[in-house]
Write a protein that binds this ligand. Sequence first.
Ligand SMILES: [Zn+2]
Length: 152
Amino acid sequence: MCGHATRALDDEASRRCDACGHQVWPRVSPAMMVLVRRGRELLLARSPHFRPGVYSALAGFVEPGESLEACAHRETLEEVGVRIANLRWFGSQSWAFPHSLMLAFEADYVSGDIVPEAGEIEDAGWFTPERLPDLPSPGSIAYRLIRAALAR
Ligand SMILES: [Zn+2]
């Protein structure tokens, strides 16, 4: 942090200052995704910035000092007013824009009626496999998460 120019290292994704040894890595921001199940039904929601007709699992950025698990419970309660249990790890996907790492879970519904959070969730509901809305693009972890749940 002495103000000299840094240079990119060849053997890892970082930059280093040769004057003081300070080294920096690209920032990665963890984001959590959770697909809530209630029997055969899936809780899917629309963010105002989704393409028309598309619904997905709930998601949000992890706050400083918060565990992924706490984030899943908090976001679900905030975004749709629902309580969950039995978080199960699904998988992750690096998302270069802006610089997030999406960490995806499945969970079971416990209680609460869906109340979409104003400004964040345009609409949300319970969907059966027979009556699904449009889903996120097939390359996304959201799509794989939903498809995997439908396959069980
Ligand atoms: Zn320096």
